[in-house]
Design a protein around this ligand. Structure first.
Ligand code: ADP
Ligand code: ZN
Ligand code: ZN
Length: 736
């Protein structure tokens, strides 16, 4: 067929777990839908919205079997070529179906086929007469009465979506009737808050900040990746704001990614106060209407700044200028289910493909990013000092071997707490997020159960009551006595709730609050807890990961890491890196104002080399030691990994499937790939299902990528595949 003849086939990606695109005949009438436009197509017995990803001259199927596109939803492409190509790249790299990848990039409204027009956010409010009328007067129209009551309770107006919440009937008919009666009015609020007229003065920049800003602005117009390293409070956000101003002056947009927990009203307010542009905000608790609006104003270029969490890395923009990833080491940038992408890595790839600079900011950069600095791929910029004159906290190890512990609190720690509380300070107690997979440690001498076949720690499995090596699968019972000092051994752990009780016993006069995922599940409860801390209503905070990030607690003068050992001996090789980051981040919460802070770390391993390097030389020294260990063990960033996970209702089935998968990999005889395992997952049982892992290790990324495609396409055909749920995770961030 000559290539000049007009295309006869439209290739459409649809959101299904099937890989590849589907061929359709062009619509019966009208022009061919362009690549990047949405179309409505028949799919099986349903009608769904797909995205045109290509045009073709022919199909593997005869034309008679092809179905026709029913409607074209966008006359011009909804996704431009660079964004669509980024999504294609991501689908290939993470081995995830393109249709689902595209779906992840679109707001719900557009996925469902709503027009790509932002009319602002429609709100309803009561008129003057609607405000005073008694709803009970509408006796024969109970629905109108109920809608009117809601509106009277919200005189500033509410959206249709809010009206629908918790309601099983559609409020629209009632609204129309109320509007006809002159009791209710509708108005449009623009999508984006207009920029403020007055802006506060920025602090005078120090020399390091000025150098950082010029380094970034000089690189505008092409791709460079900067790693902006500076402790909490060193003025990184100030650098972002100035760089963004320069980008705005050139008429370009900036895209800013932050971890979910860091996207606080305070941060947004700081951006709104300082920047003379409308800001599009994208995060998970927006209403569909708000997200629709924000997404389209990013796409049109109306928003000079787009700020959002992980999935905002796929936000569209009209005039690419600069990408910033704040807290680039943060684990929440990696999606942990479904399409398991890493937003930081995609941000760098996007900057590279769209020729804009990328700034990765952190007080504790990931070892991946430091590896890239080492290789000359990223440019490092440092902010050495704390900007506002705040004093850096002192870090100290508390050796808890042989010490009396009450629910994980040593006497030395209790004494220190008393001192700080009596001096009007606040105290923050930090517990690692995960209570499972602890190493078995002797409380008297610090002995740790090692696998005699591997260079690895054994993991205590409480339900099975045995020790297991997650590298080779070796299992043993619990030794009655410590082989090193003869003391009785008992695995132990403490939960945040038990600690809370112990605190009440020791410090009855000082109110304490627990902040973790369980205690803050209700909407708004985190905000009110944080406000209570800031106002000094609570004097002791106990919490997990959520406390370590982004929040400002100027009156915390003592921070303590209750159990560093779990991080030092986890099965996950990244646990030590996370522990070091946590210690530095927790330290960053204390002494942020002009009061010097103290940070205490409880451990049975006071001489652990990584802990010593962190305390002796700071994160920088730690990272050097940790990178050397990773290089030695050929672990990332000196190798690439992919994790094949499988789960089923019994323990054997996932392992059997993974063995078949490993054997199949070996028949492909691909160079440079090593299967590690299979083995039961460190947290073997979750939600009643048994989980197992097969880790693929490759010193060179290309080898891994070359192998994954051919291997994964065969996995579904393996005999064990039907009995398990399985998934692939490229560059896994979490091996538990
Ligand atoms: P980071 O993002 O690194 O935590 P911020 O930019 O938020 O740091 O700065 C921490 C605090 O110091 C903020 O209150 C900020 O206004 C202030 N600050 C930043 N730069 C300066 C400066 N050059 N002089 C004085 N104060 C500054
Ligand atoms: Zn011992
Ligand atoms: Zn072993």
């Amino acid at each position: 067929m000559p290539s000049s003849s007009p295309p006869t086939i439209v290739q459409v990606a649809v959101p299904t777990p099937l890989h590849g695109h589907f061929d359709y005949l062009p619509p019966a009438q009208g022009p061919l839908p362009p690549v990047g436009a949405r179309v409505r197509v028949p799919f099986g017995r349903r009608r769904i919205v797909g995205l045109v990803v290509g045009h073709g001259q022919g199909s593997a199927l005869p034309n008679a079997r092809l179905k026709r596109i029913e409607a074209v939803l966008d006359e011009t492409p909804l996704l431009d070529a660079p964004l669509l190509n980024l999504l294609r790249w991501a689908a290939d790299y993470y081995h995830h179906p393109l249709g689902e990848v595209i779906s992840a990039a679109l707001p719900q409204t557009l996925r469902q086929g709503k027009l790509a027009i932002a009319r602002g956010i429609e709100r309803y409010h009561v008129t003057e007469s609607g405000r005073t009328i008694a709803p009970d007067g509408l006796t024969r129209a109970p629905r109108q009465a109920s809608v009117l009551r809601r509106l009277q309770a919200n005189p500033e107006g509410i959206t249709l979506e809010q009206l629908r919440e918790g309601q099983d009937t559609d409020p629209r008919a009632a609204l129309r009737a109320l509007i006809d009666k002159g009791l209710v009015e509708r108005h449009h609020r623009p999508c984006l808050e207009p920029p403020r007229d007055e802006r506060p003065d920025a602090p005078a920049l120090n020399a390091a900040q000025q150098a950082a800003i010029s380094s970034i602005t000089e690189s505008l117009g092409g791709f460079t990746c900067h790693l902006l390293e500076g402790v909490t409070g060193s003025g990184k956000t100030e650098v972002y704001l100035h760089a963004i101003e320069q980008v705005l002056e050139r008429g370009l947009q900036s895209l800013v990614l932050v971890p979910e927990i860091a996207l606080t009203p305070q941060l947004l307010e700081r951006f709104r106060q300082r920047l003379a542009t409308p800001i599009a905000v994208l995060h998970s608790s927006l209403s569909d209407g708000e997200r629709h609006c924000a997404w389209l104003s990013a796409r049109s270029g109306e928003a000079g700044v787009i700020i959002g969490t992980r999935s905002a890395v796929f936000a569209p923009w009209a005039r690419p200028g600069l990408i910033i990833v704040d807290e680039e080491h943060d684990a929440s940038l990696k999606q942990q289910e479904g399409f398991r992408y890493h937003a930081r890595d995609l941000a760098v790839m996007r900057g590279h493909r769209e020729a804009v600079p990328v700034v990765l900011g952190s007080a504790t950069p990931s070892l991946e990013s430091l590896g890239n600095v080492e290789r000359g791929q990223y440019r490092r910029i440092e902010l050495p000092a704390r900007a506002g004159g705040a004093v850096a906290p002192r870090l100290k190890v508390l050796d808890v071997r042989q010490q009396f512990m009450d629910e994980g609190l040593s006497t030395a720690l209790l004494d220190a707490m008393q001192r700080h509380l009596d001096a009007d300070g606040q105290v923050l107690l930090f517990l690692n997020r995960r209570g499972f997979s602890p190493a078995l440690i002797c409380h008297d001498c610090g002995w740790v159960a090692d696998c005699h076949r591997c260079d690895a720690r054994m993991t205590w499995h409480a339900c099975a009551r045995l020790l297991r090596c997650h590298h080779c699968g070796h299992e043993t019972g619990l030794p009655a006595r410590c082989p090193s000092c003869g003391s009785p051994l008992a695995p132990r752990g403490q939960g945040t709730e038990r600690i809370e009780q112990a605190l009440h016993k020791h410090f009855p006069q000082y109110p304490a609050i627990r902040i973790d995922r369980d205690s803050t599940r209700r909407k708004g409860s985190l905000e009110s807890a944080l406000a209570g801390v800031r106002e000094g209503r609570y004097r002791i905070l106990v919490g997990t990961q959520m406390l370590a990030k982004g929040h400002d607690f100027p009156n915390v003068t003592l921070a303590a890491i209750l159990d560093a050992d779990q991080g030092l001996f986890s099965v996950d090789f990244r646990a030590v890196e996370r522990l070091a980051q946590t210690i530095i981040q927790v330290a960053g919460r204390s002494g942020r104002a002009l009061r010097a802070g103290e940070v205490l770390i409880q451990t049975h391993q006071p001489d652990h080399p990584l802990l010593s390097s962190l305390l002796g030389g700071g994160y920088r020294a730690f990272a050097r030691t940790a990178l050397a260990e990773r290089r030695e063990a050929t672990l990332p960033p000196y190798a690439s990994l992919a994790l094949l996970r499988a789960e089923a209702v019994d323990a054997q089935t996932p392992l059997a499937f993974l063995e078949q998968a490993r054997d199949h990999l070996q028949t492909l005889s691909l160079p440079g790939i090593h299967p590690w395992g299979p083995a039961p997952a460190p947290m073997e049982r979750r939600a009643g299902r048994y989980r197992a892992h097969l880790l693929l290790h490759a010193p060179r990324r290309q080898d891994l990528q070359r192998a994954l495609g051919p291997w994964l396409t065969e996995l579904a055909r393996l005999p064990g595949a039907r009995q398990v749920r399985w998934s692939i995770d490229v560059d896994p961030a979490d091996l538990t």
